[in-house]
Each structure stands twice: as C-alpha cells, then as structure tokens.
Design a protein around this ligand. Structure first.
Ligand SMILES: [Zn+2]
Length: 85
C-alpha cells in the first residue's frame, strides 16, 4: 500500500459527517475541507489530525512488524528443494 493512499477521517463540526482524506490531499489542504454532506467549509482541528496521524503511525508500525513476521515464517517453512519432501 503506497503511503500516499493512507487516509485519515475528518469530522464535520456541523453535521458530524466523517470524510476520509488521503495524506496527499492533507499535504495540500492542511487547514480546511468542504463537507460533502452539508457543504460547510470546516476548519480542520489540528489536534484531531495529530491524533489521527499518531494512530496511523501505530497501524503502519504494526503492519510492518506483521509483514516481517510473516516473511520470516515463509522463509523458514520453505522447502530447501522441491524433491526433498
Ligand atoms: Zn457536514
């Protein structure tokens, strides 16, 4: 999964509608977004974005650890040669 396609959820302060925005988008529009539900321009809560990004970081770390684990298991389970089994 490319890093730029990771997204975080932004909540509309008016209607509570949650909008997922990818990190590439955030980099360009870090201060406000238009709610697709009620059309309000919502000023982005930097605290919320900060905690969402922190959560995302944890997920990515966890994913990296799982992938490393899985690869090690696959390598150690791989038969040395197709005829030895
Ligand atoms: Zn809204």
């Amino acid at each position: 999964m490319p890093f730029s396609s990771l997204s975080i959820k932004l909540t509309c302060t008016s209607c509570g509608h949650q909008t997922a925005k990818v990190l590439d988008w955030l980099r360009e529009h870090a201060d406000r977004f238009d709610c697709p539900d009620c059309g309000l321009t919502v000023v982005i809560d930097q605290m919320q974005v900060g905690s969402e990004l922190a959560k995302l970081g944890d997920v990515v770390d966890e994913l990296a650890a799982k992938i490393r684990d899985l690869r090690e298991r696959l390598i150690s389970n791989a038969p040395r040669s197709p005829t030895s089994a």
